[in-house]
Design a protein around this ligand. Structure first.
Ligand code: UDP
Ligand code: MG
Length: 343
């Protein structure tokens, strides 16, 4: 019997009950531990499953280790990206290629405890279409990162188009319906937390404690995080653009009042020509402000440009392992990149 299918999926034998998508970028040291923790949990809570690794252009032995497991176990598969595309894109690829009735996302570094998946599955069977892990505390992050994260969420709560649930990240389980909805959102700047919230569906949070990273260090530097935060704000809010309008209105009112006061003064006391420093300072100040907002507008235009180019989100260099089953019946929603052989 095909081990990727079980009695629970008899009506549609080609889909495992659960797919677990694992993005991995240089996680060689964590792969063995992850699989040996994950497999027993899955065997216990679902009838059939597949583990789909997305190797995000790792330069270490991640892929080799995954391949070893995939050879021995048809339930373990992998996609190899042609280069590093980033976690958000790796997750998108995972959702595109997962075949399960439900799809769970989990980090490769064991910061997301696999046992929580049992609760996810239970909630899903109760009828929730999206079950997300809600981190109880962020003590595994540094103080600066925690502070910045906190600021960001406050800002987003105030100005974003949609409310983000507190402490929810990528660790979650989604029903096939949700996955198919997410796959229709082909945005390049992927702020997935926002996308999850945007698609809606019956959702519930499951609190969990984030573990320490098993090996290695986080791949999110400050720069990557800042970029991500701006992606988030700019894809779900036009506040940065509106700021320019508000500030412009405010400054114009101030300038008009000032003009009136100068006119009155000239009428009453006659004209003199002081205030040269004021002139220089104000000219510099306002050109500064203009440049800042030109920059912000430029960011939006850059994003519009990136979207209209309609490049594929990612390039899969190789698909590894998995039982030879028919392609999932869901038609690919995006034009698949044609892998071109380089000489
Ligand atoms: N990851 C990835 N591509 C990247 C960076 C990270 O696929 O460019 C994966 C990484 O292997 C891990 C998950 O995303 O499985 C979370 O990454 P990390 O632990 O570095 O982030 P953090 O836990 O600090 O948010
Ligand atoms: Mg991590």
């Amino acid at each position: 019997m095909n081990p990727a299918t079980g009695p629970g999926t008899a009506s549609r034998p080609l889909r495992p009950e659960l797919s677990v998508v694992v993005p991995a970028f240089n996680e060689g040291e964590n792969i063995d531990a992850l699989i040996s923790n994950l497999v027993p949990v899955l065997e216990e809570c679902v009838a059939s499953f597949e583990i789909l690794f997305v190797d995000d252009g790792s330069s270490d032995d991640s892929l080799m280790r995954i391949m070893r497991f995939a050879e021995a176990d048809g339930r373990i598969r992998a996609l190899r990206f042609s280069r590093n595309f980033g976690k958000e894109i790796a997750l998108a690829a995972g959702l595109d290629h997962a075949r399960g009735e439900a799809v769970a996302l989990i980090d490769a570094d064991l910061q997301h405890p696999p046992e929580i998946l049992k609760i996810f599955v239970a909630r899903w069977r109760e009828g929730y279409e999206m079950v997300y892990g809600q981190r109880i505390d962020r003590s595994t992050d540094g103080p600066i990162r925690r502070w910045l994260t906190d600021r960001f969420y406050r800002l987003f709560r105030k100005f974003g188009e949609i409310p983000l649930p507190e402490g929810a990240g990528d660790f979650r389980l989604m029903d096939r319906k949700v996955v198919d909805a997410l796959r229709q959102l082909g945005e390049r700047a992927r702020f997935s937390k926002g996308l999850y919230a945007w698609v809606g569906f019956r959702s519930i949070g499951v609190p969990f404690e984030v573990q320490e990273r098993l090996h290695g260090t986080s791949k999110w530097g400050l720069q990557k995080l800042t970029r991500f935060a701006f992606d988030g704000l700019s894809s779900f809010s036009t506040l940065p653009l509106k700021l320019a309008t508000y500030l412009g209105i405010g400054i114009s009112i101030f300038a008009m009042t000032y003009a009136v006061s100068i006119a009155l003064r000239t009428l009453i006391w006659g004209s003199d020509v002081p205030g040269f420093p004021t002139l220089v300072v104000s000219v510099m100040f306002f050109s500064g402000i203009q440049l800042v907002f030109l920059g912000i507008i430029g960011e939006y235009i850059g994003r519009i440009f990136a979207e209209v180019k309609r490049r594929p989100l990612y390039i899969v260099a190789e698909e590894i392992g998995g039982d030879p089953i028919e392609k999932p019946e869901a038609v690919p929603l995006r034009v698949k990149p044609r892998a071109r052989a380089h000489p």
